[in-house]
Design a protein around this ligand. Structure first.
Ligand code: FES
Length: 107
């Protein structure tokens, strides 16, 4: 579990990049919901935390593929593969990411 930031430091409609390896993007939607996905687009090397957030979708800043924050699935080309998703919780006003085990990892 990784502490990301205080909840009030992540306004609705904004995102923050967590410098894990690989990096994770945490989003707070306009509805106040929190989601975390792998930050690197599955198409090429772009940071999804720098993308455009609309509802539960984030649009990649490089070639405009869109990903569903709830599932990590791309909703349009050019991305074809999903990105990983991670659980988010808030404890004592601090946003935490629970990094999901990766395929092929020993976890
Ligand atoms: S790098 Fe994201 S769509 Fe191409």
């Amino acid at each position: 579990m990784i502490a990301v930031c205080r909840l009030e430091d992540l306004p609705e409609g904004e995102s923050v990049r967590v410098d894990t390896s690989p990096p994770i993007a945490v989003f707070r939607t306009d509805d106040g919901d929190l989601y975390a996905i792998d930050d690197t687009c599955s198409h090429q090397d772009a940071s999804l935390s720098e993308g455009w957030l609309e509802g539960c979708l984030v649009e990649c800043p490089l070639h405009a593929a869109s990903f569903d924050l709830r599932t990590g699935m791309p909703t349009c080309l050019p991305a074809r593969r999903p990105v990983g998703t991670h659980r988010v919780s808030v404890e004592d006003g601090v946003v935490h990411v629970h990094v999901a085990a990766r395929e092929g990892s020993a976890a």
